[in-house]
Design a binder for this molecule. Structure first.
Ligand code: PFF
Length: 476
């Protein structure tokens, strides 16, 4: 049988895993949620959850993947009787996330091109229009959004076709350090703008946002907890098999505990850094601008670059390229969850390396979902889920196709996937299983006692509350 090729180095693995984690969730989800949820309170809860739930699930997923040497479907099948179907939940989640993620990735490519147009005073620049007008025009032209969405899908496909070592690892090993530098450049520019300090106050001083009328009232503690938990899950790419899949390509001698910690720390750091770039810029140059959702990235931030003067387009290009790359390094891990399973299966059946064909088939399916989301233009054109189901005054989940796929995957499937995974490890296969896998090459699992306690009691409880909070905020 043909050999299953994995990551060439631990650095390559780490960059790919951090690339999966760092994505759109960090760059616009985190800054806005942190500001609206009381700054430091949110940050503190986020970090506690990242250690007690995120790290625990991360280490579990990496260990299960490496132990079985298979993608999500194969891994769960080998490991459990009761939870053998869970890999399919992961594959379904990957499809649903890709539908809206690729559409948004396409929007980011469009904005990169727009800023190139501004730099050269070309006709495809902003032509003196405001951020809201540019976005409005873009939304009223679904064909353009579809083309950009499909370009993003195609880029994702090309990288995944290259395989783990040749595609994903190579792109992330170069791209992630570049992303870090680009983010640093944007932070320095944003924080040195006059008025930027208000962005820092919004982020860091508890109660500042309410006292200054930026938001009406502070959310209660449970709401902050649920928001931070949901954000943390999505941001760390947990609960749907992405880390099982990447773990399955990790060399036996590498240290899972150390890698798991590094992924959590680096992802949280980039999220905080993104907040340090986006919020000060918004408060300095577009103080009335939106603080969340797609308008934060595509209206507010574009206004920021338009108002920066001649250097604006340069920072615009750096910023949107950074976001495009963050999104691609995540979308490739999502597509890999799907592709890995079918490639493994074909190899086991002696059909040889079918990576290219399966990537093509999965990409075709993702393209259809992406077209649906782009055509719907955030609920402004076409038929929304609410129209289809005859719902009047729809809640978030039914308002448009982007929210629909997001609420189902991020709102329910990911926290549910993670919750069931902790049950499986704690009460079916046993925590010793994870410990043995981590320690099999002489790396000591120094946090084992903490791990065992968390995965039995703290993590499931935390996940249950997060799941409840997500369902409440998305669906009721
Ligand atoms: N972690 C990504 C983000 O923060 O945008 C989203 C994501 C990527 C979720 C990969 C799940 C996944 F498997």
């Amino acid at each position: 049988m043909e050999e299953r090729k994995g990551f060439g180095s631990n650095f390559g693995f780490l960059m790919a895993a951090v690339g999966s984690a760092v994505g759109l969730g960090n760059i616009w989800g985190f800054p806005n949620k942190m500001g609206a949820s009381g700054g430091f309170t949110f940050l503190l809860i986020y970090l506690v959850l990242a250690v007690c739930c995120g790290f625990i699930v991360m280490v579990g997923e990496l260990a299960l993947g490496r132990k079985t040497g298979q993608g999500a479907v194969g891994a769960y099948k080998v490991l459990s009787k009761k939870f053998s179907w869970m890999g399919w939940l992961g594959i379904l989640s990957a499809f649903f996330i890709l539908f809206f993620y690729c559409a948004l990735g396409g929007y980011c490519i469009k904005y990169t091109v727009l800023n190139v147009g501004d730099l050269f005073n070309a006709g495809f620049g902003s032509n003196g229009l405001s951020g809201a007008e540019i976005f409005g025009n873009f939304m009223s032209n679904p064909a353009e959004a579809i083309i950009y969405g499909l370009i993003f899908v195609a880029l994702t496909m090309i990288i995944v076709m290259g395989g783990i070592g040749g595609g994903i690892e190579k792109v992330c090993s170069i791209g992630m350090p570049c992303l870090f530098v680009a983010l640093l450049i944007c932070i320095i520019r944003a924080c040195t703008l006059p008025g930027a300090v208000n962005g820092l106050k919004y982020m860091l001083i508890p109660g500042w946002a309410v006292a200054n009328g930026v938001i009406d009232k502070a959310p209660n503690l449970f709401q902050v907890f649920a928001t931070a938990g949901g954000q943390m899950f999505f941001s760390l790419s947990l609960g749907m098999g992405a880390m099982i899949t990447y773990g399955s390509y990790l060399d036996r001698k590498e240290n899972i505990q150390k890698n798991g910690l590094l992924i959590v720390v680096m992802d949280s750091m980039v999220a905080f850094m993104a907040a340090l770039c986006v919020l000060p810029a918004r408060f300095a140059l577009d103080p009335e601008g939106s603080l969340g959702g797609p308008s934060l990235l595509f209206v507010t931030m574009q206004n920021v670059f338009s108002r920066m003067g001649t250097v604006g387009p340069i920072f615009g290009i750096i910023f949107y390229l950074l976001v495009v790359f963050a999104a691609i390094s995540s979308s490739i891990s999502l597509l890999e969850v799907i592709v890995a399973h079918f490639v493994d299966k074909a190899r086991a059946e002696g059909k040889g390396d079918k990576r290219k064909s399966y990537t093509l088939i999965a990409t075709a399916m993702v393209s259809l979902g992406c077209i649906l989301v782009c055509a719907d233009a955030l609920g402004t054109s076409g038929i929304s889920p609410a129209d289809l189901l005859g719902i009047e005054n729809p809640k978030t989940w039914a308002a448009d196709w982007l929210d629909f796929w997001d609420c189902i995957s991020e709102g329910i499937m990911m926290p549910l996937g993670a919750l069931l995974m902790t049950f499986m490890v704690a009460y079916e296969i046993g925590t010793e299983f994870v410990k043995d896998e981590i320690e099999q090459c002489g790396n000591k699992f120094t946090m084992y006692k903490f791990y065992r306690f968390c995965i039995r009691y703290v993590t499931p409880l935390g996940l249950l509350l997060v799941l409840y909070g997500q369902i409440k905020s998305f669906f009721f």
